[in-house]
Each structure stands twice: as structure tokens, then as C-alpha cells.
Design a binder for this molecule. Structure first.
Ligand code: SAH
Length: 345
């Protein structure tokens, strides 16, 4: 059974063969512009709402719903059809409201320091399932208007390419979100970055780099063995030339692993020719990776060192750590008790 955000305008019309055409417009407007659920579209006759309820499924079931940062960060754990679980995070800032969506249940990329990677891959999400996350968040954000969507939740968006690009198109064209406010984050699937560049949408691209030498990156991000740094740089250069959009590199600072002076030199040398912006993320704790994040002092020194080397850099403010909602912590664990790091005696 389809869900509300799976359907195109024509598919709605087919679902309502005996209704006047303006019914489709009402539904469309309510869903895509007013963030309403079918049951809330009170301009529709009750009988019609009841019949739609039998033909349209709601794809997400809330399993857990927690907030932190004084209510400005909210995380949902949703169960999908078939039982897989995913997580979605809503973050309100002074100047924007951002939702971080999952594109896969689990992830096959196996990055060592990421909780989703540690848990493995379950299944691909559908267009309706990704969009339902966006609109759940949009309803929660009201009366503020959801402004940004980042594809930085569970999964590798470019390993679910057709769904990711369709969601992007629908948000851009049907919801009217500026493509600049849509950020796709990838671990570095080089051919898919090039394909995305050719789509002709002024998206924001973030590449999870974390190491700028192949030996370290092979360890942190196993996909590097398939698309190494040189291949990735070629894809990034193609992105820049084709879209004229700046790209950013994500770099989770790990104590003694990628926060050394040598790492700083390597990153600067890699980022500069690509004019990439660097986002430093202090490493967030995950159960399966017992290396620590860099100290705040080291984070500051690393940032200054990059600036001295001519690189644009920001340190990402961490949100939602206390509810396991921060970068790399999404494992869809519905148990409200905090997971604990294994204790060695
Ligand atoms: N698979 C895509 C989308 C997920 S984005 C990608 O990797 O880009 C999630 C971001 O959080 C990525 O930049 C990822 O590298 C980063 N991350 C993963 N584990 C982390 C951790 N423990 N601490 C901080 N950032 C982490």
C-alpha cells in the first residue's frame, strides 16, 4: 500500500476517479505546503477521508521520541513496515530549522567509528519513508517553518541513489525548498558524486573525509579501498566544475588518529586545491569504538592550524549527545536507557 508522500499528482487523481479534480489540489496543497496529515484535511468530506485511510498507509510508527538541548533537539526512533528501525533528528537554531533524515535502515559502509556502520545494513528506505520523516519533523517544528534537510542520518544516501534523488527533486519542486538548503552527505561514492553533479540541482554536498592519507582512511572508511583519495578528489573536482557549488569535508577529530600535525598538513593539502570548506566534528562516543575524541584544546589548535594553512573551517556544535542523536550515534536503539561502553576489568 502506498503512503501519502509516495504518490504523484497523477497517482492521486487515479486514486480518486469519481472526485472532482479540485480534490487532488486540496490534498496536494495540504500535504506539500501545509504539512498536514490526511486525517487533518478537514476540507475533505468525512467519507472521503475514511476511504483514503483504507488506501493510504502511514509508513512510520513512533517507537521512541526524546528531546534534549532544552527542547531544541528532538530525536525519533521509527519502526518501518517489516520491523526495521530508523532514526530522525530535528534541530532548531535561531536562523533555521533542520531535519536530519535516514536513507537506509542501517548502513553497509562499516565506518569503524560510526554506530550505524557498526550495526550493519538492514534495508533501503523508500521515497515515501524518507519524505514522511521530513514531514513529521515539519509538523513538529510548527509554527516555525522547516528550512533545511540534511541527508546525514542512518545510511549512505548515494548507495540508495534513485530514492535520494527523487526525494531531493520532490522537496525542491513540490515542497519548494531551496536546493541550497538540501545537503547530501556521502562517504565518498565517487561515480555517484559525478552522477549527482550531472543532475543540475544546486545542492550542497558534504563528503565525510576523516583522513587524507589512504592508509588511515582505509581503516576509518573502508570504502576508500574501492575509491581512494585520488579518485575521490577527481569526483570532487568534477562536482565543483559542474555545479559551481562549494563542497565541504566532514572530519571527526579522533585523538591521536587524525588530529596530529601531520594530519593537518595532509588535510590542508587535500582541501585547498578543491576550495573545500572543512567541518570539524569532535568525535561522539559510540559503543563499538573505544578511541576518544580529541580534547577541546586540540580541536581549537587543529582549527587554527588549518586556518593558518589557508583552509576555511568551522567546528560543528554538537547536538543531542545525551540522547544518542549526535553525528555517528544513530543506531536505532529504542531502549531509553543509555547504552554503556563495555567495561574491561
Ligand atoms: N553515510 C553518509 C551519511 C551519514 S552523515 C556519510 O557518512 O556522510 C553522518 C556524519 O557523521 C558523517 O560525516 C560521519 O562520518 C559522521 N560520524 C560518524 N560517526 C561519528 C562519530 N562517532 N562522531 C562524529 N561524527 C561521526
Amino acid at each position: 500500500m502506498p503512503s501519502a508522500y509516495d504518490l504523484t499528482r497523477d497517482e492521486w487523481a487515479q486514486l480518486l476517479p469519481n472526485e472532482p479534480r479540485f480534490r487532488v489540489d486540496q490534498i496536494w496543497q495540504a500535504l506539500w505546503r501545509e504539512d498536514r496529515e490526511i486525517a487533518e484535511i478537514t476540507t475533505l468530506p468525512k467519507t472521503l477521508r475514511a476511504s483514503l485511510a483504507e488506501q493510504i498507509t502511514s509508513p512510520l510508527t513512533v517507537v521512541n521520541d526524546v528531546s534534549s538541548d532544552r527542547g531544541t533537539t528532538r530525536k525519533w526512533v521509527f519502526a518501518l513496515a517489516g520491523g526495521a528501525t530508523i532514526e530522525t533528528v530535528l534541530m532548531s537554531y535561531e536562523d533555521r530549522v533542520t531535519v536530519c533524515v535516514s536513507t537506509q535502515a542501517g548502513c553497509a559502509m562499516a565506518c569503524s567509528f560510526c554506530a550505524t556502520g557498526q550495526a550493519g545494513f538492514n534495508r533501503q528506505l523508500t521515497v515515501g519513508e524518507v519524505l514522511a520523516q521530513v514531514f513529521t519533523a515539519a509538523r513538529s517544528a510548527a509554527p516555525r517553518r522547516l528550512s533545511n534537510v540534511v541527508f546525514m542520518g542512518m545510511g549512505e544516501p548515494l548507495a540508495n541513489y534513485p530514492v535520494t534523488i527523487e526525494v531531493v527533486r520532490r522537496l525542491h519542486e513540490w515542497r519548494g525548498l531551496s536546493a541550497r538548503h538540501l545537503t547530501v552527505s556521502t562517504v565518498g561514492v565517487a561515480p555517484a558524486i559525478e552522477r549527482l553533479a550531472d543532475e543540475g540541482l544546486p545542492l550542497t554536498l558534504a563528503v565525510s573525509l576523516h583522513a587524507a592519507n589512504d592508509e588511515t582512511r582505509n581503516e576509518l572508511v573502508p570504502l576508500n579501498r574501492r575509491y581512494n583519495l585520488q579518485r575521490l578528489a577527481a569526483a570532487c573536482a568534477y562536482w565543483m566544475e559542474t555545479t559551481s557549488r562549494r563542497l565541504s569535508f566532514e572530519w571527526a577529530l579522533i585523538d591521536g588518529v587524525n588530529d596530529t600535525d601531520r594530519a593537518m598538513d595532509e588535510l590542508a593539502a587535500y582541501a585547498r586545491p578543491l576550495f573545500a570548506h572543512v567541518n570539524l566534528i569532535p568525535l561522539n562516543p559510540t559503543p563499538g569504538y573505544l578511541v576518544r575524541g580529541s580534547t577541546p584544546d586540540r580541536v581549537a589548535t587543529f582549527r587554527e592550524g588549518l586556518e593558518d594553512r589557508g583552509v576555511n573551517v568551522t567546528v560543528r556544535r554538537t547536538r543531542g549527545r545525551s540522547i544518542d542523536a549526535a553525528c555517528g550515534q544513530l543506531a536505532a536503539v529504542s531502549n531509553p536507557k543509555r547504552r554503556r561502553l563495555p567495561v574491561t576489568d
